[in-house]
Write a protein that binds this ligand. Structure first.
Ligand SMILES: Nc1nc2c(c(=O)[nH]1)N[C@H]1C(S)=C(S)[C@@H](COP(=O)(O)OP(=O)(O)OC[C@H]3O[C@@H](n4cnc5c(=O)[nH]c(N)nc54)[C@H](O)[C@@H]3O)O[C@H]1N2
Ligand SMILES: Nc1nc2c(c(=O)[nH]1)N[C@H]1C(S)=C(S)[C@@H](COP(=O)(O)OP(=O)(O)OC[C@H]3O[C@@H](n4cnc5c(=O)[nH]c(N)nc54)[C@H](O)[C@@H]3O)O[C@H]1N2
Ligand code: SF4
Ligand SMILES: [Mo]
Length: 701
């Protein structure tokens, strides 16, 4: 046995990039702790990091390619797997056309450098227009709004949380999620510091969340009515002449248009529909505008709903007109060492929004993709352009995307399906072949996306802790091999490290000597300082001005007005929203016993008044019915949820035929996406509207 050794790396489960200190001996983990010397996370971790060892050792995890046969799954060689996958894909594309092969890319791809860097070439090699990803059930409105206002979908503002004096959080629960589109290790401590320096944190959410409980103030809001609140705040700021764009004064277009639109949305007009009292809205707007440094940050609950695009647009507008955009303590921009904006500049590139419409429902095309909400219909509806085969890479859409049962049937109906995945779960059980990559402890990691979204400029690279076995391949190697075999021309085989080095050499910190060698010499990471005012150097619009009133947003406003008028016309008693649990990450971490043990947290939250009206008691089982499905679930009566709203955690409900997740199956819970309607999307961006879903609740015997 060799001596105990220590390894430092970033946890790559969620977006927070916590530094880990891992003690190990041979292939056994002795301890996983927070790395006190990481200049960014300073020792913080959450319970999920400890489970990295469970995924590494998990006997259910695949390490070799498997093929489905009449006798079940059998292991096959990589050569055989690559041959069969490429032969089948080529045959289907020859027979039905290139678009007959669809792709779905899931969330872990952005948490692995190799995947992020190799996927664009793989997707290009397939030459199919039928591209889908978890982005359209997550953060698409952020990209859309940055694209139209700032000229680039990846030029994304981040709350300068460490300097702000007023943080307004709309539809985010960072106390549990650890922050999203805001890489922010130890949110709890950073939020406490705001309060300690006399600042405020205000949360807008239909649930009094873990974040709301620690905030200075929380307002309930009716689901999907945030755009109204934002419009009313903007209304008040203009009315009181509190608008002040600071250094951006001469760098915006469309200020008068925004001003004139907001005139119609006084706090009194929106209050009944939003469910927040007019005087509270007015006070919030005044407090926000008068704070020295303020930031309005909108996330999942504001994105994955019918007005995601408008919400994000108005969030940017609110920050801009109150002088809090690109200013210390406001909504700021990073200067990452590997600068994905500069490396992929959009200046002078044609706009592809709505270049195509999806075949069955004419949903909008954006950023090279169609909305994932329509994937099942594109597979199930016959005709020219129908999807006959799928490639999924690190995604589990049967659990994570709308109308799960329909998508389950769709995957079952495919002529061919290959999954690049490490588990046989609700989605990949339908695969013909599964190609498994490696897990966190076996890979080198650089957070290509999350350094771009961090609340400080930092940089860190981690080599693998354990060498993979000879018979294993990592995702990037799988993707590169498939790319080579599917391409018409020979490809250049660059490693992720070669690509990173290229990026660092042209990045904003090249003068500080940031390169791979330097990063290897600094295993705790390097701090590059607080966020700086830099937007005017980074903006990508052709006239270098911020577009405050893009056409697309203005055209979407009548839809909001209509929804406001239709508020009372529904035959459903409740609106369903999701929630995240501290010890699970989306749908894939539930096979770690240490993360799922304990009481059942996959419950329906129901307000006491609603429970009483229906004669429901805590612990009762009820049936929840939506336009597309139903589930049976245990009720947790709680006044932390707003009357008229119910909540079920996302990412659960994996049990049944063919699934090989022995721990998760025993703790399976309910899949809330059996209830989410695939036709409910934000019609502006195409993002799925999984929050605010109309449901009825039936008491079962
Ligand atoms: N109703 C509702 N639905 C939601 C949400 C919600 O709030 N409410 N949230 C949405 C959000 S924000 C997201 S991001 C999506 C996530 O949606 P998905 O990305 O579809 O789902 P994940 O649970 O992240 O699934 C990850 C998949 O990758 C596999 N995997 C894990 N690690 C690796 C790896 O290293 N390599 C490979 N090749 N595979 C790996 C897992 O086995 C699993 O199959 O869910 C969305 N769905
Ligand atoms: N523990 C844990 N952490 C995670 C994940 C996980 O599954 N578990 N997933 C990761 C991923 S992929 C992501 S994208 C992030 C998401 O990070 P967050 O956005 O912080 O996470 P959510 O908990 O989904 O927060 C959404 C909030 O919006 C509220 N909400 C729902 N509908 C509405 C509405 O109409 N208006 C308003 N104002 N609020 C609404 C919900 O009650 C909820 O509190 O979390 C990441 N971190
Ligand atoms: S907060 Fe996120 S990055 Fe940090 S330890 Fe937990 S899962 Fe890992
Ligand atoms: Mo996400």
């Amino acid at each position: 046995m060799s001596a105990i050794q220590t390894h430092y790396r970033n946890c790559n489960i969620c977006e927070a990039m916590c530094g880990l200190e891992i003690q190990y001996q041979d292939k056994e983990i002795i301890s996983i702790k927070g790395d006190q010397k990481d200049p960014f996370s300073k020792g913080h971790i959450c319970p999920k990091a400890i489970a990295l060892q469970d995924f590494y050792h998990d006997p259910d995890r695949l390490k070799k390619p498997v093929k489905k046969t009449a006798d079940g799954w059998v292991e096959i060689s990589w050569e055989e797997a690559f041959d069969e996958v490429t032969t089948r894909i080529k045959a289907i594309q020859e027979k039905y056309g290139k678009n007959a092969v669809g792709t779905y890319l899931g969330n872990p791809n952005v948490h692995k450098a190799g995947n992020s860097l190799m996927l664009p070439n793989f997707i290009r090699a397939l030459k199919s227009r039928n591209r889908y990803s978890a982005s359209s059930i997550d953060q698409l409105p952020h990209h859309f709004v940055s694209h139209y206002m700032l000229g680039h979908g990846s030029l994304l503002p981040v709350p300068d949380i460490d300097h702000t004096e007023f943080l307004l959080i709309i539809g985010g629960n960072p106390m549990v999620s650890n922050g999203s589109m805001m890489t922010c290790p130890d949110f709890a401590h950073r939020m406490k510091s705001i309060k300690e320096r006399g600042g405020q944190v205000v949360v807008i959410d239909p649930r009094r969340t873990e974040t709301a409980k620690k905030a200075t103030k929380h307002h309930f809001i009716k689901p999907e009515r945030d755009a109204l609140l934002l419009l009313a705040m903007i209304h008040v700021i203009f009315k009181e002449n509190l608008d002040n764009l600071q250094h951006l004064e001469d760098h915006v277009n469309g200020l008068d248009e925004v001003k004139s639109i907001a005139q119609a949305y006084s706090p009194e007009v929106v209050a009944p529909s939003a469910g927040i009292a007019a005087e509270d809205i007015r006070q919030l707007a005044l407090d926000f505008a008068k704070a020295e440094k303020a930031c309005c940050y909108s996330r999942m609950g504001a994105c994955t709903q019918s007005f995601g695009g408008l919400n994000l647009w108005l969030t940017y507008v609110l920050n801009i007109i109150s002088g809090n955009f690109d200013q210390e303590g406001g909504y700021m921009f990073t200067q990452p060492a590997f600068d994905i904006v500069k490396l992929n500049s959009r200046k002078n590139r044609p706009d592809s929004y709505k270049k195509y419409a999806s075949r069955v429902w004419e949903f909008p095309y954006y950023n090279g993709e169609f909305p994932v909400a329509t994937l099942a219909d594109e597979i199930l509806t016959s005709g020219e352009g129908q999807i006959k085969a799928m490639v999924s890479v690190a995604g589990n859409p049967v659990v994570t995307t709308p109308n799960a049962d329909q998508l389950d049937k769709a995957f079952e109906s495919l002529e061919f399906y290959v999954a690049v995945d490490i588990y046989i779960n609700a989605t990949t059980r339908h695969a013909d072949i599964i190609l498994p990559g490696c897990t966190a402890l076996e890979i080198a990691q650089y957070d290509v996306s999350f350094h771009n979204l961090a609340v400080r400029n930092t940089v860190k690279y981690s080599p693998p802790l354990f060498e993979k076995e000879d018979y294993q391949k990592d995702d990037w190697e799988i993707l590169q091999e498939l790319t080579a075999r599917l391409s018409d021309k020979p490809i250049q085989r660059m490693t992720p490290e070669m690509m990173l080095e290229y990026g660092f050499m042209s990045g904003p910190h090249k003068d500080k000597g940031i390169n791979l060698q330097k990063l290897l010499e600094n295993p705790h990471g390097i701090d590059l300082g607080p966020l700086q005012t830099c937007l005017l150097d980074r903006i990508e619009t052709s006239d270098e001005k911020i577009s405050l009133a893009p056409e697309a947003m203005l055209e979407d406003l009548p839809r909001l007005k209509k929804a406001m008028q239709e508020d009372q016309q529904t035959s459903f008693s409740h609106r369903l929203i999701g929630r995240r649990l501290l010890r699970s990450h989306n749908s894939w971490t539930q096979n770690s016993y240490r993360l799922v043990k304990g009481r059942n947290e996959c419950t329906l939250l129901l307000h006491p008044e609603d429970a009483q009206a229906k004669g429901i008691e805590n612990g009762d089982r009820v049936e929840v019915i939506s336009a597309v499905g139903k589930v049976q679930i245990e009720v947790e009566v709680s006044d932390e949820i707003m009357p008229g709203v119910v909540s079920i955690p996302q990412g659960w409900g994996q049990a049944g035929k063919g699934i090989r997740l022995s721990v998760a199956e025993g703790k399976s819970g309910v899949n809330m996406n059996k209830l989410t309607d695939h036709k409910r999307i934000d019609q502006l961006t195409g993002n799925a509207a999984v929050n605010g879903v109309p449901v009825n609740i039936l008491v079962t015997e």
